[in-house]
Design a protein around this ligand. Structure first.
Ligand code: G6P
Length: 466
């Protein structure tokens, strides 16, 4: 690739920030997908001509193989075969590391062939990056799918400034030790100059691990020494593009859509909402059980309260996700069977990806949002809900095991393992004094605004460049 000399900033993430589109005539194209990461780094990338994003274009046919431009972003695809995807993405990333890093909420499987696939794909990402970055460029590598890339890249290009950010939790060493390849993986991350985590727990766990494996020595609370290098280990809680949600939700057509939605739900007194990827870490089943029990106990009346659960399809080639889908759909069926009326299900379940506008309307219509993960790196949905409540109304019930709980201290906090506590919190949320709700929401909105996506990206990149 010959644009190497002017690429001063390279973002490396498992996915390219794009999705496939098809117009009415069947013509296919690409648009940038407005995910959290792209909204955080796009402004910086657009202000630095020649910056590039390296990633996989996803599991679809005819993905581009050569670099291309979209909305001012230069995108460099890393193609994967079906077998590589099965070993790297479905296997090692989502069958081994994802559950291991989320407290083993589901069993973590260890397969040597998955590990081999993980190494191979990480090497390909490292080589694509080495071929793209100019001399002395800044490279920012993201997340658990690419933890070997910092070390591999340093081998290839010791001149680069390398940052690594983990978007998901980093587990306690006692759990991480189970990984048969624990040293190689840790060494991979230690290839970075700056290592970022969502919470102080994650940063502390990694710091302890690197020292206890004998791969680094401690240099104060947030530094590690590896041979002659100093590595910084810090916390950078990720934010969202607040204006997009705040301004978007004020638009008259969104207000109209929310009003229409409430009418279609049968004008319930209260609407409860959950929005998640259909993932076993999210505690969707806990919420449903708590809601079903409240109905059975007579603490909630089905004509008064409606629950909408959006569960976006995710990782459906992985067995644990298929099991969860069965469990969730059985629970929804049981609750509607027991408490619904003709034309009025009490749980509205959508196993679909909703558009941004539809999500905004849902956030606006929801009197209460349930975010009850067993473990979560941050949970941006909680922040999106808060950003959309511009009139300071609405109640957020938030698991203390979400990274967001470190910042959104005014949410109603729950332990998702304590079903009685979840029930009590839902009741509290439904009965809350409006003034108490307003004070809580105002405090959360201040925090969400302060730590928005661009501040997060700028904070990390500033630290990486010094
Ligand atoms: C989490 C991970 C991301 C990942 C996203 C969607 O937020 O931290 O790295 O991209 O989930 O999951 P998917 O498997 O569809 O990329």
């Amino acid at each position: 690739m010959d644009d190497r000399p002017d690429t001063s900033l390279v973002i490396v993430a498992n996915r390219l920030p794009v999705r496939r589109t098809e117009d009415d005539d069947g013509a296919q194209g690409w648009v940038t997908s407005p995910g959290g990461l792209v909204s955080a780094v796009a402004p910086t990338m657009q202000s630095k001509p020649g910056s590039a994003w390296i990633g996989w274009a996803g599991d679809i046919e005819d993905t581009p193989t050569a670099p291309f431009e979209l909305d001012g972003l230069r995108l460099v695809p890393v193609p994967l075969t079906q077998e590589e995807k099965a070993r790297h993405y479905d296997g090692m990333s989502n069958g081994t590391l994802w559950p291991l890093y989320h407290d083993k909420v589901a069993p973590s499987e260890f397969h040597r062939s998955w590990w081999d696939g993980y190494k191979l794909v990480n090497q390909r990402f490292a080589e694509a990056t080495a071929a793209t970055a100019e001399q002395g460029a800044t490279v920012w590598i993201h997340d658990y799918q690419l933890q070997l890339v910092p070390g591999m890249l340093r081998e290839l290009r010791p001149d680069l400034r390398i940052g690594f950010f983990l978007h998901i939790p980093f587990p306690p060493p006692e759990l991480f030790y189970q990984l048969p390849w624990r040293e190689e993986l840790t060494r991979g991350i230690l290839g970075a100059d700056l290592i970022g985590f969502q919470t102080p727990d994650g940063a502390g766990n990694f710091h302890r691990l690197a020292v206890s494996l004998g791969l680094a020595s401690r240099d104060g609370r947030s530094m590690l020494d590896v041979e002659d290098r100093k590595i910084r280990v810090r916390t950078y809680p990720i934010g969202i593009d607040v204006d997009r949600y705040d301004e978007g939700s004020r638009r008259p057509e969104i207000t109209e859509a929310a009003r229409d939605l409430r009418a279609r739900l049968g004008q319930p007194h209260r609407v409860i909402l959950g929005v998640d990827r259909l993932d076993y870490t999210k505690g969707i089943d806990v919420r449903l059980r708590a809601f079903g029990e409240l109905l059975a106990d007579g603490d909630i009346h089905p004509s008064q309260v409606t629950y909408v659960q959006v569960a976006e399809p995710s990782r459906d080639q992985v067995g644990a996700y298929q099991d969860l889908r069965n469990r969730v759909e059985r629970l929804v069926g049981e609750i509607n069977g027991d408490f619904g009326r003709v034309g009025f299900p009490v749980v509205h379940y959508l196993h679909q990806t909703r558009s941004f506008e539809e999500l905004l309307a849902l956030y606006r219509v929801a009197d209460m949002m349930l975010v009850t993960p067993f473990r979560d790196g941050m949970n941006l949905v909680a922040k999106e809900y808060v950003a959309s409540r511009y009139d300071d109304t609405g109640v957020l019930v938030l698991s203390e095991f979400a990274g967001a709980a470190h910042q959104l201290r005014e949410a109603i906090r729950v332990n998702p393992y304590d079903i009685a506590g979840v029930k009590a919190s839902i009741r509290h949320g439904l009965d809350i004094d409006p003034e108490e709700a307003r004070v809580r929401m105002q405090a959360m909105r201040r925090v969400v605004k302060r730590s928005n996506a661009s501040a997060w990206a700028a904070g990390f990149l500033d630290d990486l460049d010094v």
